[in-house]
Write a protein that binds this ligand. Sequence first.
Ligand code: ADP
Length: 415
Amino acid sequence: MTGVSLLAAIGTLLIWFTDRQQGLTTAWDQWTIPMLSALYFGISVLHVIKPRCMPWALPPTLIATSVYLLVALHLAMVGQSLPKLYAATSLTQLIPVFYVIAFVSWPRGGAGISGLTYAGLLAQYLFSLHAPMPAGGWSDVHQLTQKTLLASVVIHPACILALSFITHLRGQLSTSQQEAFKGKERFLAMLSHEIRTPLQAMLGSIDLLALKLHGSTETRALDRLRNSATQLDTHLRDITEFTRLEDPALRIQADTFDLTQLLQDLRDDWIERAQSKGLTLSIDIAPDEQTSLQTVTADATRVRQIVSNLISNALKYTMVGGVTVHASLSRQQRGRAMTIVVEDSGIGIAAHHLAAIFQPYVRLEDARALRVDGSGLGLAVVQRLVDRLGGRLHVDSHPDRGSRFTVELPMADNG
Ligand code: ADP
């Protein structure tokens, strides 16, 4: 969208400039074309800084373009000179380009605005049939202009129909895609419920049994049972989550929350696990960042999920030392962004494996990593979540020295 409107802004200015050099611009063109060009430029900037406002900004821009084209065409028609014929021909050729842009940028209103523009064109043609030739006008030019208009009047409906049909097909495709996702989600929700509910009951019973068993052989067997049930539960949760994130209609919230508190809560969730492995787990936030991190805007549940998955991995693949989570705010091109870094002193990842670890179901063939349980979905889920939030994920790792996962997330709707 940014590219198209920038191209339109530059294109209109160039046409205006060359037409002006050759004396082909009318008084109407003199001020409307630079204004339109400024409007297109504004749209491309708006698309970068406030993409959410686009639905409000596009319709007036398209209406302004349509009005410009029709008035310019009318002026060319009444002029009846060779330069005007040139202008009328180029304008009738520009109108189909306008239809395409209208349908692509505004699928709901594209047909309406194109239909109205066509109605204006038809009215001009009917007007030209009955309007007397201006004094001093050339009859050849008069006829040629009429023929140009007639050709457009005949061809344009086919153009609008084809575009409406393509838009309709696109709409149908996205509806059936959404239905397919909903079906898959219903199936997964059912599967997850049907399997995870008895699994939770099993885990509860295992805990009860553990209280009664005393022999070391029985306790070991029960531990293995508990581990397997927990692993199954984790795999099911990962698969459900990964599939849910494929849904293009998935809604992202814009909550204002305290990032420091969220990280402290996550530390509380994972500290027992860290201590059971003899590892440290700490949150590191510079004192001058504390206040600003208390009001960040993003989807809190998703941010929590991202950091939780990264801490879980860091603890899984670290045998000595510990894990530290750093957080800070930065100002980027698009506004404020939060940076969260999860750093560990674990087994690390070889450089040639770094690209693969974000692929679903990929687990590294490192003997030490294979001993750790996992589904190969944790980082794929993180990558999808970060993409959904419009952020960036970066990893820096060295075998035997540890890994550093950096997540940069833009703040939703910041000032
Ligand atoms: P898994 O369920 O296997 O942990 P992930 O998608 O979370 O799946 O990670 C993919 C692979 O990337 C892991 O199997 C592991 O080999 C490697 N990996 C992920 N995080 C770390 C880390 N912090 N340190 C070392 N290796 C890691």
